[in-house]
Ligand binder design. Structure first.
Ligand code: AHR
Length: 326
């Protein structure tokens, strides 16, 4: 690759910035200069579960290791607050913004505002509506799991291990979020293709334990013959287990519980026989996120999607893997 001089790079970056300020649409992601240290924004969506906490800890640990200043915000489950958080980072003059968008559409203005301000955005873990913002154009890249594949892996395990159980309650994640949309798509399509199963109810539990418990409780009352619960994350799976036990049912025997995330508590529940299988959603983003940012600063081409590797836990490996779960 041809090396460009620092002066040429700075002139190009300034010209792009001037066009953006003049309101001219730029079809490329803002550049990132090579520096010894950076001021980096990380706009987290919420901190109400072990997955989010593990992700935040991974980002903070990597920033500290590199000696970068991290401007961290927690949107506390509000897309409106997350947009305001990104605007505040822009006002503080961060060099780059890592964004874990709570929902696909409401965070588009934040992505576009950063682009207009000449700040590259890297999406972490959740994506935005691809018809409204594009990788390599409006934001640099999406780093995260393949959520469709996660849902499909749960369905494929179920098809092989259902043992005559057929009636499914699905607990969906946050409405309008990419993991809720894609985990549903991957699971529902694979279950339909396999045949012989029925999704008797599918409702959001907002990725939260207590909401998951409440929704599972009311859906179990409406569908007492349901014998499978597929939860889009561990928190709702743990809530569903509490609902089953309160209803006098034995999770793992009367009802198979399936989950996604693979936190320590859920992997322990697999060891205890309460959860049948969990697809991991790897929350350790720090090293890959910062490495990608620095590769971009060096001028390397960055793929539009960087997919994380996810493990799978069931009775065959949960005890051995427990120590490695987050
Ligand atoms: O976007 C990933 C999902 O968000 C995780 O499954 C969930 O636990 C978190 O809140």
């Amino acid at each position: 690759m041809t090396m460009i001089s620092r002066r040429t790079f700075m002139l190009a970056a300034t010209a792009v910035g001037a066009l953006a300020l003049a309101g001219v649409a730029i079809a490329e992601v803002p550049k990132l200069a090579q520096k010894d240290t950076y001021k980096v924004g990380f706009a987290q969506t919420e901190s109400n579960n072990p997955w989010r906490i593990a992700q935040t800890n991974s980002m903070k640990a990597e920033a500290e290791k590199l000696g970068f200043q991290l401007v961290y915000t927690d949107a506390a489950g509000s897309a409106a607050k997350q947009v305001a958080d990104v605007n505040s980072m822009i006002a503080q003059g961060v060099d780059v913004i890592f964004l874990a968008p709570r929902e696909e559409k409401p965070l588009i203005p934040a992505v576009m505002a950063a682009k207009k301000a000449g700040i590259p955005v890297i999406l972490l873990d959740r994506s935005v509506d691809p018809s409204l913002a594009k990788a390599g154009e409006d934001y640099l890249t999406f780093i995260g799991s393949n959520f469709v594949e996660e849902g499909k892996r749960v369905a494929e395990w179920l098809v092989k291990n259902a043992n005559g159980k057929t009636k499914i309650i699905e607990l969906e994640g946050t409405t309008g979020s990419s993991p809720a949309n894609d985990r549903k798509k991957g699971f529902d399509e694979a279950i339909k293709a396999a045949g012989g199963f029925e999704i008797v109810a599918s409702q959001t539990g907002d990725f939260a334990r207590d909401k998951g418990r409440q929704v599972a409780e009311s859906l179990l009352q409406a569908h007492p013959d349901a014998d499978i619960i597929y939860a889009h994350n561990d928190e709702m799976a743990m809530g569903a287990i509490a609902a089953l036990e309160a209803a006098g049912k034995v999770p793992g025997k009367d009802v198979l519980v399936l989950s996604i995330d693979g936190g320590k508590e859920a992997v322990q529940a697999v060891v205890d026989g309460k959860i049948a299988a969990v697809v991991e959603c790897n929350p350790r983003f720090g090293p890959k996120a910062f490495e990608t940012m620095m590769r971009y600063a060096k001028g390397e081409a960055i793929d539009p999607i960087l997919v994380n590797e996810d493990k799978f836990y069931d009775a065959s490996n949960a005890a051995a893997e427990l120590a490695n779960a987050y």
